[in-house]
Write a protein that binds this ligand. Structure first.
Ligand SMILES: *Cc1c(COP(=O)(O)O)cnc(C)c1O
Length: 459
């Protein structure tokens, strides 16, 4: 296998037709959607880079697994297959299936957080922070400063800053910190990895202070790829070995298997502590379903078990991240500002730099995402001030330093020609950047507002 080529290690057996719409149609569609790409109909989209969540292409082996679903209410054989696969590949002894990542986050947060607690993390994630807050905790960002700087070339922007972590510990005390939540390949920072050196140090820190280490492992395989590429001593380890080593450093994990594990729906909460598992089983029946299915069909658990094994193959992950790098380099070569280094699952356009005439409170990234859709039919999403929401104490907008548009690449779905079309579309929209107008809310949901908010243009 050559590590330079990212040629796909698969061939296409079934296709889904897509079609281009007219500019007129798209203008109408985006107005009807209130300038929010989440409110567009999929049929009005040409190349869909909204998210990499639940939109990957399953393999023939996974589809075969679908036919092997054991849909018993209790004790489905697919559950045991999933549980054993999680232990074999990810090290965690116990698995509680959930309908998707936020189902696991809800149970985790409710079980571990008491009102008034603090949960440190390497940058927030929307649903993760919301569940922490709903359980009464305050999220504290302990990621290194470089993560908030789109220009910084730091190879591990997902790393934890131990000065920030120690400062929190000094201020509130270990008894107010039920756990630290660490994401691999940090989504909100631009798909940026954390190093194994940093993770090992974090393990020692948690042991020293008696604080639990929870791993948001949604993109662990992509993180492992960057460790193999960038961290000393890992060049000759396989992705599978690195993934296992990362997971084995933590006490528990939440997983949205709609990402790395390439299924359309599903997730889990996993852990090593028997007592914690028992408590999670008691709560999962309230929100998700019995502890042997947790909101997933037997067939979905089977597809997930198989997806896990495929997600840690070296040739798969080289092609996966290779395609993202291909798109990112192409956009960067056209002198368009993006987050560097290019991340594992998406290319992030720097809207602050691209639209200097729109102030952050007029939502430049939201406006750029809508304009890109009108220009080309390519659907992207905002990752900036709209996604960041409001401070739970003051009610004021969080003002993130990163004001980005995310072009997220689904796994095993689009071709190199689609990436070329996307890069051209971004170039075209840049040519018309002066015509792009800021936006204001016409409807702002209280929680996770970016999903359903509606906007109008400011003239
Ligand atoms: C997607 C995601 C989640 C939430 O998972 P869902 O399956 O969408 O509920 C949590 N953390 C990270 C880092 C994610 O990317």
């Amino acid at each position: 296998m050559t590590t330079l080529s990212w040629a796909e290690p698969y061939k296409i057996k079934m296709v889904e037709l897509i079609k281009m719409t007219s500019r007129e149609d798209r203008l109408r569609a985006i107005r009807e959607a209130g300038y929010n790409t989440f409110l567009l109909r999929s049929e009005d989209v040409y190349i869909d880079l909204l998210t990499d969540s639940g939109v990957g292409a399953m393999s023939d082996r996974q589809w075969a697994g679908i036919m092997m679903g054991d849909e018993a209410y209790a004790g489905s054989r697919n559950f045991y297959h999933l549980r054993d696969t999680v232990e074999e590949y990810y090290s965690y002894k116990y698995t509680v299936p959930c309908h998707q990542g936020r189902g696991a986050e809800n149970i985790l947060s409710q079980l571990l957080i008491s009102p008034g607690d603090y949960v440190p993390g390497n940058m927030y994630f929307t649903t993760t922070r919301l569940h922490q807050e709903l359980a009464g905790a305050t999220f504290v960002d302990v990621i290194i400063d470089e993560a908030h700087d789109a220009e910084s070339e730091h190879p591990f922007k997902g790393n934890v800053d131990f000065d920030k972590l120690d400062a929190l510990l000094d201020e509130v005390g270990a008894e107010k910190i039920p756990y630290i939540c660490i994401a691999t390949c940090v989504n909100m920072a631009g798909g940026q990895p954390i190093s194994l050196e940093n993770l090992k140090r974090l393990r020692r820190w948690c042991d020293e202070h008696g604080i639990m280490f929870v791993h948001d492992m949604t993109r662990v395989a992509e993180n492992a790829y960057f460790i193999q590429r960038r961290e000393n001593g890992y060049q000759n380890k396989t992705i599978r070995e690195i993934v296992y080593e990362i997971c084995a450093l933590s006490d528990a994990a939440t997983m949205s298997s709609k990402k790395d594990a390439m299924v359309n729906i599903g997730g889990f909460l996993a852990m090593n502590d028997a007592r914690f598992y028992e408590r999670a089983c008691a709560l999962v029946v309230v929100y998700e379903g019995l502890h042997t299915y947790g909101g997933m069909a037997g067939r979905d658990m089977e597809a997930l078990a198989i997806g896990i094994t495929e997600s840690v193959q070296d040739d798969h992950i080289h092609a996966r991240v290779g395609q993202v790098l291909y798109l990112g380099r192409k956009i960067r070569a056209a002198d368009i500002p993006i987050v560097n280094p290019i991340g594992g699952h998406a290319v992030f356009l720097n809207a602050t730099k691209m639209l200097p005439h729109i102030p952050q409170e007029h939502f430049p990234a939201q406006a750029l995402s809508a304009a890109l859709y009108v220009e080309s039919g390519v659907r992207s999403m905002e990752r900036g001030i709209v996604s960041a929401g409001r401070d739970k104490a003051t009610g004021k907008n969080h003002r993130p330093k990163l004001e980005l548009v995310r072009l997220t690449i689904p796994r095993r779905v689009y071709t190199q020609a689609h990436m070329d079309v996307t890069a051209n579309a971004v170039e075209e929209v840049v040519k018309r950047r002066d015509e792009i107008k800021g936006l204001r809310f016409t409807y702002e949901p209280e929680m996770l507002r970016f999903f359903q908010a509606r906007f109008e243009q400011i003239d």
